[in-house]
Ligand binder design. Structure first.
Ligand SMILES: C[S@@+](CC[C@H](N)C(=O)[O-])C[C@H]1O[C@@H](n2cnc3c(N)ncnc32)[C@H](O)[C@@H]1O
Length: 222
């Protein structure tokens, strides 16, 4: 498995190992303390794009930690995740009729129609994605003109510092992080046709890089 900082192409067996690790971890995921996850959850209400009346795609939704806040505020919420174990918990947590959870690998074409969503969010998932451009291209494809993108991810400087995710569950620990630099994020957004609106670091601690990177971007309107 590829440790943080050692960027590889993301072989299919590596992604399968990450998916299986999340399947195993899902039972404990919500119980374990995690300062990065807490910060991400705290930032969401301050930083989320407008949601009222919108179709929202939560890419890498996991067990629905953020779905709880998003679902009552939007017209339809579609959670995508490749881990059946994580999705099982999300479906149990949010059985609402306007919330749909689909099993999908974000690095492959998404099972959503073109121009069918208003907002796409990525929270703590892109560190598991070896190459960002194809994933942002899918986000751009499913968004309508003027659609909004919100990204809240492990800060690349933190990953480079060796603080990437370890996926811990029965069966051991998997290092499932790929280092995408700030320049990689900006290049992949631009290549997919997004216009960057805001770029920020959060969770400064003495002597350490910021914990999270947030990005706001949008597609040109009609
Ligand atoms: C750290 S969890 C974050 C979950 C949720 N967004 C949150 O903030 O709690 C990462 C999630 O990304 C999912 N994931 C990782 N790589 C993925 C991929 N290529 N396609 C779909 N889901 C992926 C995992 O299954 C896991 O549920």
């Amino acid at each position: 498995m590829t440790p943080a900082g050692d960027k590889k192409k993301g072989l299919p067996e590596e992604l399968a190992a990450i998916r299986e690790a999340y399947d195993r971890w899902s039972a404990q995921y919500d119980e374990q303390e995690n300062a990065t996850r807490d910060l991400d959850e705290q930032l969401l209400p301050q930083l989320a794009p407008p949601l009222a009346g919108r179709v929202v795609v939560e890419a890498g939704c996991g067990t629905g930690k953020n779905s709880r806040w998003l679902a009552p505020r939007c017209a339809r919420l579609i959670g995508l995740d490749f881990s059946a174990g994580m999705l099982r918990l999300a479906r149990r947590r949010l059985p609402d009729r306007h919330v749909y959870y689909l099993q999908a690998d974000l690095t492959a074409p998404w099972p959503l129609a073109a121009a069918s969503a208003d907002v796409v969010l990525f929270n703590l998932v892109l560190e598991h994605v070896p190459v960002l451009a194809p994933v942002f291209e899918q986000a751009a494809r499913v968004l309508r003109p003027g659609g909004r993108l919100y990204v809240s991810e492990y800060h690349p400087a933190r990953l480079a510092y060796g603080r990437g995710a370890t996926i811990a569950g029965e069966g051991g620990v998997v290092f499932g992080s790929y280092l995408n630099t700030e320049a990689d994020y900006l290049a992949a957004l631009a290549a997919a046709g997004f216009e960057l609106e805001r770029f920020a670091g959060w969770g400064e601690e003495p002597g350490r890089p910021p914990r999270l990177l947030t990005l706001h971007a949008s597609l040109p309107g009609v």
